[in-house]
Design a protein around this ligand. Structure first.
Ligand code: T4K
Length: 416
């Protein structure tokens, strides 16, 4: 692709210039393994007419994920949100639950839907993950569980948070939606805490179209989850307790098996894209990339950056400029759950003092990444960001306020 440098602000697409990219570059465009392999798995379902309810493809996928993550149990679910809901219900969690505000809204909603009280915790400014210090401050006698997220595939401080949970006598659960095949201290995510919850949504590093899983060491908990995802049925006509329909279909499992077969090759491509960003963003003023720890296993799926005042342009203006060029950057998890409805009008949101969360939510951008694009596209996006920096003051004068003045919340609809 010929790359046209943006020498003047009129060259930017937002001001009428040609778009840098002819087709939209999505944040984490879904990828898939081989179509012929998918067909092979689908044929199994077609030939046997087995489409759901612990079919052979789902059972095979559960075993392969458990083996890959080195955890005793993987219980597949229809999606990550249903997996978290069922886990909380099966564990009998009641009362307050501490969670980061800087995460996807599904966890807070799930808590409220189960009559639990979300207590929002701040994050560490460097890792963007739950702050163990703040979490310890939030523990009360009513705390029943701590749910931490491994944000953007970077492991949270599992040891410190587990120690807090142990001292407080609470459950410790992990939202591993972003962290398939990532590790902490060399141990694959999946076996930490009482249980970990994965999302296998189409936009995730490993996916089944829609899907999710709970992984855990405890065989009894896993068995209870298996029953609860199928209405609590033990056999054909005996029900052991409250359950729901959170099963994974054979069609989703076929997608999962296909993608698992191709996963290592996909991660190698993700890493090449990430490396192009590392190279291209190095030395650019005001842009800091959330780096993967090279001593750990990572899926390299998310490209997360923070813009500081040195960048010269407010984050939201930068995002508008990038999107006009077909770089569909997103501001996950703006503005933070505690500033979204209904939490911003509830005690849990009104009481929350989360300066790091708010600072990150107002300055972060998730850039297109993953194997759905080429490293050359990443290099070209970095060059575009460089063009933005070079024209920062003229673009700001034309399009928006400088970053220091742009600290307000850009609405509560929020993304991510
Ligand atoms: N915890 C965390 C930390 C999470 O991030 C999530 C989910 C959960 C828990 C809950 O897990 P699930 O219950 O979802 O399994 C997406 C996903 O819907 C959601 O799963 C995900 N997090 C969240 C962060 O992002 P959107 O609103 O960003 O999706 P959308 O439609 O804007 O898609 C993103 C881009 O990908 C678009 O530009 C279009 C493209 N795309 C998307 C889909 C679905 C495709 O090209 N093909 C597709 O099939 O929510």
């Amino acid at each position: 692709m010929t790359m046209v440098e943006k020498r003047d602000i009129q060259d930017f697409a937002i001001l009428g210039g040609p778009q840098r990219f002819p087709v939209p570059l999505h944040v984490n465009k879904p990828w898939t393994g081989e179509r012929s392999i998918f067909d092979k798995y689908l044929n199994t379902a077609w030939d046997t007419q087995r489409f759901s309810n612990d079919g052979p493809l789902a059972l095979n996928l559960e075993q392969r994920i458990a083996d890959r993550l080195g955890v005793a149990n993987c219980v597949l679910m229809s999606n990550g949100t249903a997996a978290m809901a069922l886990l909380l219900q099966v564990m009998g969690i009641t009362g307050e639950v501490i969670l980061p505000s800087f995460t996807f809204i599904s966890t807070a909603h799930t808590l409220v839907m189960q009559g639990l009280e979300p207590v929002f915790c701040d994050v560490d400014p460097l890792t963007w993950n739950m702050s163990a210090g703040h979490c310890a401050d939030l523990v009360t006698e009513r705390t029943a569980a701590i749910i931490a997220t491994h944000a953007f595939g970077h492991a949270c401080d599992v040891a410190a948070l587990q120690a807090i949970a142990n001292r407080a006598g609470t459950a410790f659960l992990l939202d591993a939606a972003h962290a398939f095949d990532c590790s902490s201290g060399g141990v694959k995510i999946g076996a930490f805490g009482d249980a970990e919850v994965f999302s296998f949504h189409a936009t995730k590093a490993f996916h089944t179209g829609e899907g999710g899983a709970v992984t855990c060491r405890d065989d009894v908990l896993a068995e209870e989850l298996r029953l609860a995802r199928n209405f609590g049925f033990v056999g054909h006509d005996r029900v052991n307790g409250v359950g729901t329909n959170a099963k994974m279909s054979e069609l989703s499992a076929a997608m999962g098996l296909t993608n698992l077969d191709a996963f290592d090759a996909a991660v190698a491509k993700n890493k090449a894209v990430y490396q192009a960003y590392v190279d291209g963003l190095t030395g650019l003023p005001g842009v800091s990339l959330l780096r993967y720890d090279e001593s750990e296993s990572s899926n390299y799926w998310y490209i997360a950056v923070r813009l500081s005042p040195d960048f010269g342009i407010a984050r939201d203006v930068a995002m508008r400029i990038l999107q006009a060029e077909n770089v569909l950057a997103r501001r996950y998890f703006h503005p933070g759950c505690h500033r979204m409805q209904p939490y911003c009008t509830m005690d849990s949101g009104l009481k929350a003092r989360l300066p790091n969360t708010e600072a990150i939510a107002e300055t972060c951008l998730i850039l297109p990444g993953g194997c759905g694009m080429d490293p050359a596209d990443a290099t070209s996006i970095c060059a575009l960001i460089n063009d933005i920096v070079k024209n920062a003051s003229a673009l700001t004068a034309k399009l928006g306020e400088p970053p220091d003045a742009a600290q307000g919340i850009g609405g509560t609809s929020g993304s991510g």
